[in-house]
Write a protein that binds this ligand. Structure first.
Ligand code: NAD
Length: 403
């Protein structure tokens, strides 16, 4: 598999985990490592990011530590040549990102925010993230579309998308697009996951007001009706939705996420809505450490690429404490869940003879972490002041794995 290294506290903790949990029990000599810390990107003129994307395309199972996208201040502090862009965008493009799956991590014997699993599918492309924009004054704004092959001077074959009058001294004008071709892939991924996890699926948009969002819903609904409706009915998962796929308006979805703490449902949404709603989900489920974040993409040959990461960042505040020789208590569950996902996916797609041994080992590792949390020997975000430090927690699980 591909292992992407990041920065700060999460890099430090993952190194402890690799040294103490993985290396003593697993042969990792075939893993390919790519270091995406700011200095490594800077010294390679970002070649390391291009190499990581190429390796991901080839190997199709990727684990990624959180990375820092350098700000102007970090550029000065680290002596970088420039403020390198977010690696996540390059990966989503390079791997034809379809969706980012974000699900609750459940711990047996411990109640978190949701009692049963909640699954989330966030469209990985389109929307505000790659918008073109300018700030302009009074005047007329025209948006024209030229089909492929039509020259910009050939106005007769162009389509006027929008004309509007701007009356303010200053207006921010924005254009963006929502690619729809891969929504069918997203639908298959989402509905099959919901069926397997036995949860009720919902599609979230604001199509009542944003009419252009209709295409997302219709593709989801057509795929559902053709391939999944009967199976969901047989599994008795549409009892609350009148036997049909239900649409939720995004503002209503923000409320339902708070009300439906029983869990047992899934939501699929556009890119930006998904970004907001999954942060809300993480808060209700007690911590970003209890949510997965997996990017699902598609290689040119149609095979699936999966990149697994934690949904949180590099935990800079604890890194500063660590550098000041103060105690820290990083909850590694989200990181390790991602590592397990990547290891199991790599084993499954390469069909190695050791696949069942890898599944057994990683399942055992997960069980030991969960048990530590359930008996109050977790990290301090969950177990309170009595909880363990980053290093003590790693040692506790290392001991269980060795025994
Ligand atoms: P963060 O997620 O690192 O931390 C936010 C807060 O949550 C902090 O108080 C932190 O201590 C706490 N926290 C997060 N994860 C935790 C865990 N596993 N255990 C215990 N506490 C935890 O977000 P931030 O501070 O806004 O960002 C720090 C850096 O991470 C920034 O440079 C940012 O660009 C980067 N970042 C990277 C990614 C990514 O690579 N996917 C995502 C988000 C942020």
């Amino acid at each position: 598999m591909v292992y992407i290294k990041g920065e700060e506290m999460t890099r430090y903790t993952m190194q402890l985990i690799l040294d103490k949990w993985i290396e003593p029990h697993m042969d990792t000599s075939s893993w390919e490592y790519y270091d995406l810390c700011c200095k490594s990107r800077d010294s390679s003129e970002d070649q390391v990011l291009r190499d990581a994307v190429e390796a991901g395309k080839r190997i199709k199972a990727i684990f990624k530590e959180p990375t820092v996208t350098p700000t102007e201040v970090q550029k000065q502090e680290l002596g970088l040549k420039q403020t390198w862009g977010s690696p996540n965008g390059a990966m989503r493009r390079g791997w034809n990102g379809i969706t980012i799956s974000r699900d609750t991590i459940m711990i047996e014997g411990m109640e978190l925010g949701y009692k049963k699993p909640v699954l989330f599918e966030r469209h990985a492309v389109g929307g505000e993230y790659s918008a073109g924009y300018a700030t302009v004054g009074k005047g007329e704004l025209r948006t024209m579309f030229y089909p492929k092959g039509v020259k910009t001077e050939d106005v007769s074959h162009a389509k006027m998308v929008d004309v509007r009058q701007l009356h303010d001294e200053a207006s921010a004008v924005v254009t963006y697009d929502n690619p729809l071709d891969n929504v069918v892939d997203l639908a298959h991924h989402f509905f099959s996951r919901c069926l397997k996890a036995r949860v009720t699926p919902y599609v979230v948009t604001k199509k009542t007001v944003f009419k252009w969002q209709e295409g997302f819903w219709t593709r989801m609904k057509e795929t559902f009706d053709e391939h999944y409706r009967e199976r969901f009915r047989e599994a008795e998962l549409l009892e609350n939705t009148g036997g049909e796929l239900r649409h939720l308006i995004s503002d209503a979805a923000t409320m339902q996420l708070i009300r439906w703490t029983e869990g047992g449902f899934g939501m699929a949404a556009h890119n930006y809505d998904g970004d907001m709603l999954t942060d809300e989900l993480a808060q209700i489920h007690r911590s970003p450490g209890f949510i997965t974040s997996n990017l699902i993409g598609k290689a040119p040959d149609g095979s699936i690429i999966k990149e697994f990461e934690a949904s949180h960042g590099t935990v800079s505040d604890m890194w500063l404490d660590h550098l000041d020789k103060e105690e820290t208590s990083l909850n590694p569950l989200g990181l390790v869940e991602a590592l397990i996902g990547a290891m199991q996916h790599a084993a499954a797609i390469t069909e190695v003879p050791e696949e069942s041994a890898i599944v057994d080992f990683t399942t055992k590792m997960r069980k030991f972490i969960h048990r530590a949390f359930a008996v109050g020997k977790g990290t301090r975000d969950i177990s309170g002041p009595e909880g363990l430090t980053t290093e003590d927690f790693v040692d506790l699980v290392a001991k269980a794995l060795a025994g």
